[in-house]
Design a protein around this ligand. Structure first.
Ligand SMILES: Nc1nc2c(ncn2[C@@H]2O[C@H](COP(=O)(O)OP(=O)(O)O)[C@@H](O)[C@H]2O)c(=O)[nH]1
Ligand SMILES: [Mg+2]
Length: 456
């Protein structure tokens, strides 16, 4: 048993019970309205309003095993969401023998009872934790079982190749021997390339799941904190005209084009003897290293060193937006000259860097910057709702499976004994089972479900 809604006040709250005693437990405390049946007589998927132990007017929903989320009998009590109401109902049930659920226990039981696999259980957690639309989309794809299905198809390919190995081993003198080897290698490579395609989606999957880290970078006093504040819509970071005001990195979570974006304000990078500012500079450098997209902010013209820095970061596969800030202080001719000078540099043009004029005082500039960030995020996005790997755990397992298969194919090519090939195929298949949880250690299951919230 656990409250499935968050603590505090709300219109309604849900207390959920799962297990063979769920129905008799609630039955003992619930009086249905009018001529409605008692909980023990309710069919699965039915609801009844009534009185719970003289505490509150509630609505009880019954799900009977195996047709419930956990696969066990489940009863949900929707009560009014007052903290004292919830406490009283929970206490009454606890006194009557109900046990409080661990975090993720309902999902864990659903997994153990075969209602969902591990990928789907993790998808539920991601769905609950989603901050942006794309996260919801990717998690829901996985919850619906699309990733699990693809993995099952690929596993089936591997089992077919294992059978082919057995066949060759059993009939070594068969005349079509060479063909069998060629087809075996082709089959293994086909499975490997299917898996590689999934692995390749992780680059975007990570961006979707973890959010894009967009780091504002530049010298002290160019307007970095003002830019963050303009996005937040309030004075989140301290802004003064004293260089070196920002000593720490400040993060703000927002959503652009449905993507989770973590906007990071940094201390300006400069030589300093102040130990606090020094630490700030160190953190800025760290933030830059972790960035997916860097906003280089200038209030004047970039120097050759600045341009070298921009190109170096671009080379590390980061997106770059160059902003000529405090543009309200410039006249148009100056801006045109700066832009022209900057864009005339061949290396810069080739590097495909967005360049914008910006003022923290102009709302339209926020929109244009958001659009430029959005364009970066959409880069390489597949059209439609392509299946995406969003978990590092999944990516690692897939990587290992691919490595095993590539080694197996190369073994076949080089005529290494097929026993070894069979072992590699089995290891690869096990990696896939580890992903879905068909073949997984208890400690991994514990780790995964302990990250869940209570009541799910
Ligand atoms: N005119 C103008 N002043 C700005 C703009 N952005 C920041 N400032 C001013 O520049 C100074 C430094 O800003 P701040 O955001 O603290 O810069 P940081 O050190 O890069 O974080 C402050 O006095 C701000 O008011 C802008 O777009 N236009
Ligand atoms: Mg600042």
């Amino acid at each position: 048993m656990a409250p499935s809604t968050p603590p505090g006040q709300s219109g309604l709250a849900v207390v959920r019970l799962s297990g063979p005693d769920a129905v008799p437990l609630v039955d003992r405390h619930f009086t249905p309205a009018g001529t409605l049946p008692a909980v023990r007589d309710m069919a699965g998927y039915t609801v009844a309003p009534g009185d719970f132990a003289g505490i509150d007017e509630v609505v009880v929903t019954v799900f009977l095993a195996p047709r419930s989320f956990t696969g066990e009998d489940v009863v949900e009590i929707s009560c009014h969401g007052g903290p004292a109401v919830k406490r009283a109902i929970l206490r009454r049930l606890l006194e009557d023998g109900a046990v409080l659920a661990e975090p993720g226990e309902f999902s864990r039981r659903a997994f153990l009872n075969g209602k969902i696999d591990l990928v789907q259980a993790e998808a539920i957690m991601n769905l609950i934790g989603s901050e942006a639309n794309r996260q919801v989309g990717a998690a829901y794809q996985q919850l619906k079982g699309h990733l699990s299905e693809r993995l099952k198809e690929i596993s089936a390919m591997l089992y077919a190749e294992m059978a082919a190995v057995e066949l060759i081993l059993e009939f070594p003198d068969h005349e079509a021997h060479d063909e069998a080897f060629a087809s075996l290698e082709k089959g293994i490579m086909a499975a490997a390339s299917e898996l590689s395609r999934l692995v390749a989606t992780y680059e975007r999957g990570r961006l979707i799941q973890e959010g894009a880290r967009v780091v504002i970078y530049g010298e002290p006093n160019v307007g970095k904190s003002s830019l963050l504040n303009a996005f937040v819509g309030q004075n989140r970071a301290i802004v003064t005209d004293i260089p070196g005001t920002t000593r720490d990195t400040i993060e703000f979570h927002t959503e652009i084009n449905g993507y989770k974006v973590i906007l990071v304000d940094t201390a300006g990078v400069r030589e300093t003897s102040d130990p606090i500012e020094k630490e700030g500079v160190r953190r800025s450098v760290e933030a830059v290293a972790d960035a997916d997209l860097l906003i280089f902010l200038f209030d004047s013209e970039p120097t050759p060193q600045d341009i070298a820095d921009i190109l170096a970061e671009k080379g590390k596969n980061k997106g770059i937006i160059v902003l000529f800030g405090k543009d309200d202080l410039r006249d148009e001719a100056t801006l045109e000259k700066i832009m022209a000078d900057f864009c005339r540099l061949d290396d810069v043009c080739e590097a495909d860097i967005s360049v914008l004029a910006y003022s923290a005082l102009r709302a339209a500039d926020q929109d244009r910057l958001a659009e430029a960030i959005g364009t970066f995020l959409e880069r390489g996005a597949a059209s439609g709702s392509e299946l995406t790997v969003t978990s590092a755990r999944h990516k690692l397992a897939l990587d290992e499976a691919v490595r095993e298969l590539e080694a197996a194919a190369s073994d076949v090519r080089q005529g290494v004994t097929l026993d070894l090939v069979a072992v590699r195929l089995r290891v690869a298949a096990e990696k896939l089972s580890e992903l879905t949880g068909d073949d997984v250690s208890e400690s991994l299951v514990d780790t995964i479900f302990s990250a869940f919230c209570v009541g799910k």
